[in-house]
Design a protein around this ligand. Structure first.
Ligand code: ADP
Ligand code: MG
Length: 387
């Protein structure tokens, strides 16, 4: 059993560094499109705040290359101010004397939100000098950033090795859900994959071979698979380096008797015009699964005993291309199967479509959740002390 924050005694007055996953989707003005990841962090923040410690919270947001004002954590800090009035302060730096000054000025019960960890390239490199600086801010370290628990970064893996530590309520809950779903999956187990991060998700599909009964692939990642099948994809999003890998996945899936369904029709852009088509011409960009595909996917979802869904089936932020995601969301919501949805955009889509309360578990981590589905452990959780 990993130590949780419930097991941390007498931390009042201590400096606690809490790693959250505040990687929320933002619009081009920096407004938060979906605050799920902040809301799911609240129980841990509230609990630690009630212990009257000095709570220093850090997180990453997006994939910045150096400082990027559009990926500041300031909007997140503003959001937290609503829940903890007069307690939250935002520090515009991650390391250095400014951070030390802000921490020195903290009183018990105060909350300090640091700027985006990934503005410093040392975060993802788990650089010892960065780890040392982060560790110097605190007496105790708490990890509740489930979304990055599969990564060995400075702010989760690195710091945990240096300090007395624990996991927060969010990671504790996610671990429980996936352990149950993985050790005892209800059959048939239907996995739905979409979204744009083809590279990350190819691995997920590869790893689910032999575990899931049926895999439905849509969204941007479908085109790499369609191309692997020799089907024209026009100007749709594709990762040409991964076509061979996709081919291998499809043949391995076949050998393992896992059914893989790819889109059979599309909603596409032809210049400025939206077209519905079974075939993508050279000048078309596929941006959503078509009606036939949505129906085919819905039929499979109806039969499921357990559903895991990661990634929207089209460019759902644009209402012209949201129908596929909407139909699949509806089917999953209607289904009596045990349903788990993971991934920032997928959970965002479920929320905006209003189906959140119909899903058994909305996970805050795509990659981390799939690692758990594979029965693997998460490095950032592994380094937390056991009881
Ligand atoms: P998640 O955050 O749920 O893991 P991803 O980040 O992998 O999902 O992908 C979400 C993004 O994929 C969304 O911004 C969506 O617009 C984009 N997307 C989905 N389908 C397509 C498509 N056919 N072409 C381009 N982008 C797509
Ligand atoms: Mg995403």
């Amino acid at each position: 059993m990993k130590r949780t924050i419930r097991d941390l005694k007498n931390i009042g007055g201590n400096k606690v560094l809490l790693r959250c996953d505040f990687n929320v989707p933002l619009d081009k003005y920096g407004d938060i499109l979906d605050a799920t990841r902040i809301l799911t962090s609240l129980p841990t923040i509230r609990y630690l705040n009630e212990q009257n410690c000095k709570l220093i919270i850090c997180s990453h947001l997006g994939r910045p290359k150096g400082y990027d004002k559009y990926l500041s954590l300031f909007p997140v800090a503003v959001c937290l101010m609503k829940y903890f009035p007069n307690k939250v302060r935002f520090c515009p730096k991650v390391t250095g004397p400014v951070v030390e000054k802000y921490i020195d000025e903290m009183k018990n019960g105060d909350i300090l939100v640091l700027e985006n960890l990934r503005f410093d390239p040392r975060e993802e490199e788990n650089d010892p000098s960065f780890v040392k600086e982060l560790a110097s801010y605190c007496d105790v370290y708490v990890d509740d950033a489930f979304g990055v628990a599969h990564r060995k970064h400075a702010s989760n893996y690195g710091v945990a090795l240096k300090k007395p530590n624990a996991i927060g309520f969010l990671i504790e809950k996610e671990l429980k859900v996936f352990e149950k779903a993985f050790q005892n999956p209800k059959k048939p187990f239907v996995a739905i994959f979409g979204g744009a991060k083809v590279k990350d998700k190819l691995l997920l599909i590869k790893n689910i071979i032999g575990k899931a009964d049926t895999v439905l692939i849509g969204g941007g990642m479908a085109y790499t698979f369609l191309l692997a099948e020799g089907i024209n994809i026009g100007k749709s999003i594709v990762d040409l380096d991964l076509v061979d890998e996709a081919k291998k996945i499809l043949s391995d899936a076949k050998n393992a008797n896992m059914k893989v369904l790819l889109p059979v029709d599309h909603v596409a852009l032809k210049g400025e015009k939206v077209v519905k088509t079974n075939f993508l011409d050279a000048d078309m960009v596929g941006l959503d699964i078509g009606k036939k595909t949505a129906k085919m996917f819905t039929e499979e979802i109806k039969k499921a005993g357990q559903i895991v869904w990661n990634g929207p089936l089209g460019k759902y932020e644009d209402k012209r291309f949201k129908n596929g995601t909407l139909q699949v969301a509806k089917a999953v919501a209607k289904s009596s199967a045990y349903s788990i949805v993971g991934g920032g955009d997928s959970v965002g889509a479920i929320n905006t479509l209003g189906f959140a309360d119909k899903i058994d578990h909305l996970s805050t981590g795509g990659g981390a959740s799939m690692k758990l589905m594979e029965g693997k452990t998460l490095p950032a959780v592994e380094v937390i002390d056991t009881l």
